[in-house]
Design a binder for this molecule. Sequence first.
Ligand code: ADE
Length: 226
Amino acid sequence: MKMRFDIVSANPGILESSLTNGLVSRAVKKKLIDVHVHNLRDYAEGKYKQIDDSPYGGGAGMILKPEPIFKCVKKLLSQRKYDEVIYFSPQGIKLNQKSANDFSLKSNMILICGHYKGIDERVIKKLVTTEVSIGDYVLSCGDIAAMVFMDSVARLIPGVLGDGESALSDTFQVETGFDSPQYTRPEKYEGLKVPAVLMSGNHSEISKWRSKKALAKYRKIKKLNK
Ligand code: ADE
């Protein structure tokens, strides 16, 4: 079944570039995925179409109100079956290559993008199946996380990457999670030459060299990240 993303957003403009350029838009054009954006404001009530409000108990910032999100998500849930209702937040399970691989096996997913300081907890309690974080830092909105999520998941769908590209040889699909250095023409540039082994035509030597370099980089970066 074709994968379908329904993005519930308070700021759809942020998503535009990834839906008109790059891998996700190509996958849509190839009819390998469907992406539908739902503007929360279209589900808001009242003269001012209010989608957020101040938090009970006090504090800075605005919280997304539950009603517009419930209305939008319930409408979607009544139209088809969904495998996941995802909410993007720093408190979620980490998006990494393993979880991206797992998500790429799903079909229909609703992606709720928060804004401002957060979202009413009742949305998480009643509607959300999985909270997803793209890293240990705070973003201004979940839409950025949704773009990262869709890119990492869509590129794993067979046919999305072009001929000759393969998600299986990706950096994070190999053992250490690190790739070796890559070179392309010209052979000599800025005083640096392409390592001779890469031009030797000896595939077993090239493969050994790549593993060695990837491992060396892995060790160096792990130390720096401590
Ligand atoms: N929203 C705000 N920060 C986020 C993060 N790190 N990951 C996912 N969604 C977020």
